[in-house]
Structures are given as C-alpha cells and as structure tokens.
Design a protein around this ligand. Structure first.
Ligand SMILES: Cc1cc2nc3c(=O)[nH]c(=O)nc-3n(C[C@H](O)[C@H](O)[C@H](O)COP(=O)(O)O)c2cc1C
Length: 326
C-alpha cells in the first residue's frame, strides 16, 4: 500500500499541464459530460478529466448536439477534449476549435471499438492504417499548440498487435502522452486487460504512457502500477462509483445514500441543460450504471425500459428511495 501512497504524491507533466495525482477520468461517450465531470471532480483524487469523444465531422459541420459537448466549467480544469475521425484536415479543424474554447489539451481517439465509429474509419479502425494514423497526428499537431495525446488499444486483434508501432509513431509525430487500454479491438470489453502489453509499451517510449483497463479497487490499481505506467485512467469504475479516485487513494468508501443524493442533483441538471429526449436518454443510462452499485439495483433496471419521459425516469428513483431508504 506504500506504493499507492507514493503514487498519490506524484505529478505527471504532459506538455505544460501538470497532473497531480496522475489519475485520469476516461473519455466516456454520453457519460463524461460537464455535469458528470464536476461530480467526479468534487470527490477529489482525480488529476485530470476527459470529455466524451467528439466527432470531428459533426463538430466542424456545426451539429447542435455536438456543440453541447463543448461546455465546461473552470472547476473542471485541467481538462482534455477527445476527438474522433479519420480525415486529417477535419481533425485539424476540430482540434483548433477545441483549442479556441480553452481546452487544456487534445486527445485523438484511436481505440474506440464501436461499429458506428470503426465503419467510418475512425477510432480503433486507425490501428489498421498506421500511415493514416501518423498523418492525422502530424496534421493535428501542426494545428494546435496545447498538449496533444493519443488514446489507443493494442491492435485490431491478437494477430495484429501494433501498440509499439502506433506508440512510436505518436511520439515521433509530436504527441506528448499515450493512453493505453490494454485490450484489442476484437476483445471489445471481454476478457481481462493485458498488463504485459502496457509494461512493454512503457519500456519503449520516452513520452508518458498512461495505463487503462479494469481498475476497480486498490488491488487492480496496484496491478496496473506494476507495469510502471506513468499514470492511470478509469472509465467503468468511475461510472459505477464517481468517488472511485478518492476511495482508491484514501482507502475510504462512500455511503450508498450519498449516491442517491448525487443522482437526484444530477437529474435536475440534466433536465435543465439538455433537450427532453437527450436528458431522458442520459438519465436512463446513468441510472442503469449507478444501479450496479446500489443494493436491489436490479429493481431499478427492470423499470427503465418502460419510462417514457424524464419525469417517469425520476419517479423510478423516488420509488426506489421510498422502498429502501425512507
Ligand atoms: C460506455 C462507454 C463509453 C466509452 N466511450 C469512450 C470514448 O468516448 N472515447 C474513448 O476513447 N474511450 C471510450 N470508452 C473506453 C474507456 O475510455 C476505457 O478505455 C475502457 O472502458 C477501459 O477502461 P475501464 O476498464 O476503466 O472501463 C468507453 C467505454 C465505455 C464503457
């Protein structure tokens, strides 16, 4: 556990951005919006937060829903935004737009396994076209002066592991850190993260390598730190428990009742900020994830499908609270 104490005191510099402790809230589509990032930030223990991934095509074409993703508050800093796409020019334009709104750094998504993204040639599809991946990094690097990072998976499948190649390319083209989810695209989220791949990449690059995958408690945090990675990133663990960074570093959990309070406040903000349909979608999504940390959470999930409005989703939480906590 001394290792965790030592880690907690570290500062990682990515360009001119100091990250202390070197812990990162991952980019999480539909989840890591400004409202959620503020919740995670307030618990403490997180050194830097990421936006959800932003389509470079949608952003540069002026899509209104995408513009909502650019919102952030000063208290969220330092904050990196992530873009996804395959066209170097559009990626560069999107990167500049993000620099102009005041982001502290920009990340390129080269890991997303979702079919919706890979069929357009972005995300982990770029692991199959390393020359194009290199051109994108180079072009984006030229368009901005804030720190640039790349988030990768190990390769398309086990027979095409390219993490060392893409890591080298990223470093040579001017990226200042690599975030590495130690799975292949084919694995999606199955199996377990491969710590050896992360240790291998870390031993070969001069820029920081941040380890990502399956960190949910102090044991898995220690396993990740054994790779000698420079920092750690968490996604799913943080959706289920937004206080995970605090609890990992301080070895203290938070009462479940606190989660109910957080959800109530978050729901109010979601309704205020988003159009009805998007707010309803997000409320359902969050409640489904959070319910995995709540006792009798299944009773919540069973009702989610039938909720037709934001009020009906909110009512599920009210009912849960009165059934189990009042
Ligand atoms: C619901 C969901 C949405 C995600 N969205 C993104 C995203 O927008 N960009 C990205 O690079 N990775 C995304 N990821 C991958 C995570 O950032 C992370 O790499 C992966 O979940 C492994 O970390 P974990 O084991 O801590 O969850 C997403 C993962 C999940 C579960």
């Amino acid at each position: 556990m001394d290792k965790i104490r030592e880690f907690k005191e570290k500062t990682l510099s990515i360009g001119n951005v100091n990250v202390s402790p070197p812990t990162f809230l991952a980019p999480i589509a539909d989840i890591s919006d400004s409202i959620f990032r503020q919740i995670v930030k307030r618990f403490g223990g997180v050194g830097l937060v990421f936006s959800e991934m932003i389509s470079s095509d949608a952003l540069t074409r002026g899509c209104e829903k995408t513009k909502l993703m650019l919102r952030f508050e000063e208290e969220e800093r330092p904050i990196f935004f992530q873009i996804v796409g395959k066209d170097p020019e559009r990626m560069a334009m999107a990167a500049k737009m993000i620099e102009d709104i005041g982001a502290d750094g920009l990340d390129i998504n080269m890991g997303c396994p979702s079919k919706n993204v890979t069929k357009t040639g972005g995300g982990s599809a770029l692991l199959n076209d390393l020359p194009l991946a290199g051109r994108i990094i180079k072009r984006v690097r030229k368009s901005i002066s804030i720190p640039l990072t790349v988030k990768i998976r190990a390769g398309w499948n086990e027979n095409s592991l390219v993490y060392n190649e893409i890591g080298k390319i990223a470093q040579e083209e001017g990226a200042q850190a690599v975030f590495f989810h130690g799975r292949t695209r084919k694995q999606m989220y199955s199996g377990t993260v491969n710590y050896n791949w992360i240790a291998d990449l870390k031993s070969r690059l001069n820029i920081p390598v941040i380890g990502n995958g399956d960190i949910v408690d102090r044991e898995t945090l220690l396993k990740m730190l054994e790779t000698k990675c420079d920092g750690i990133m968490i996604a799913r663990g943080a959706i289920k428990k937004p206080w995970i960074f605090h609890s990992l570093l301080e070895d203290r959990d938070v009462e479940v009742e606190k989660l109910i309070e957080i959800i109530e406040a978050q729901f109010k903000k979601l309704v205020e900020f988003y159009p009805e349909n998007l707010a309803k979608h997000k409320m359902k999504l969050f409640l489904s994830w959070y319910s995995r940390s709540l006792p009798h959470g299944k009773s919540i999930r069973l009702k989610l499908n039938d909720a037709k409005t934001t009020e009906e989703v909110a009512e599920i939480l009210v009912k849960y609270k009165s059934d189990y906590y009042d």
